[in-house]
Design a protein around this ligand. Structure first.
Ligand SMILES: C[S@@+](CC[C@H](N)C(=O)[O-])C[C@H]1O[C@@H](n2cnc3c(N)ncnc32)[C@H](O)[C@@H]1O
Length: 205
């Protein structure tokens, strides 16, 4: 099924690209949703539990957040910096809730910088579809690690379409360990894959 048809099922609109303009384009990457087919493949191999809580850094129009909330029912927070994209995300949220006849949900959307987002102690899955520069990625990961050290808990970072710099940083400069690579059999571009990194607190923490 096409992405547009999947959108209709969730009563949202998440197709299309949106580039940043001017200097911001050097640091912030464009809005583009993770393909539904790729999300289906990810969750064939990656298990979500009822107690998991996810953050989608650079949520765009929210496709990944809505998909995960709809399929697994877990709380998801999406953080998005682009004003117009954020407005569309909120409209999507209204339609998504209306489609389910809900007034409230466990979906939360925050407008602002991913690097300033205050990680909550219950959050344990952190999703990134190539949203910004390596410098920003590093600062977000540092915030995550600080939170995991303050409130020790197992956690995963999931990267879609990962840049080499992101992988090198995760593998060489963080306590995360690469545990899964989920390739998309229909893609010939080697970069179009998911990498899952896991953090396990040590016993003396
Ligand atoms: C490739 S889209 C990801 C879409 C979504 N995560 C998904 O899977 O469908 C990346 C998004 O990150 C946003 N972004 C870029 N820099 C950001 C920042 N510093 N803080 C928050 N969001 C940012 C962009 O505006 C864009 O909408």
């Amino acid at each position: 099924m096409e992405d547009k048809e999947r959108d209709i099922q969730l009563k949202i609109s998440t197709t299309g690209l949106r580039d940043w303009t001017g200097d911001k384009a050097k640091h912030y990457n464009r809005a583009e949703s993770t393909p539904y087919k790729a999300l289906d493949e990810l969750f064939k191999h990656y298990q979500v539990d009822d107690h998991d809580v996810m953050v989608d850094f650079g949520a765009g129009r929210g496709r990944t957040s809505f998909y995960v909330n709809d399929r697994f029912g877990i709380p998801v927070t999406g953080v998005e910096l682009h004003e117009q994209t954020f407005d569309e995300l909120i409209i999507n949220e209204q339609h998504y809730l209306k489609g389910k006849s809900l007034q409230f949900s466990n979906l939360y959307f925050e407008f602002g910088y991913a690097q300033k987002y205050q990680i909550r102690p219950e959050e344990n899955i952190f999703y990134f579809f190539n949203p910004f520069s390596t410098a920003i990625f590093r600062s977000v990961i540092k915030n995550i690690v600080k939170s995991l050290e303050n409130v020790p808990r197992p956690a995963d970072v999931i990267l879609y379409y990962p840049e080499d710099d992101f992988q090198q940083y995760m593998e060489n400069q963080t306590p995360f360990r690469r545990v899964q690579t989920i390739r998309l059999p229909w893609e010939d571009q080697n970069k179009k894959k998911f990498i899952v990194y896991h953090y396990e607190p040590t016993l003396d923490e």
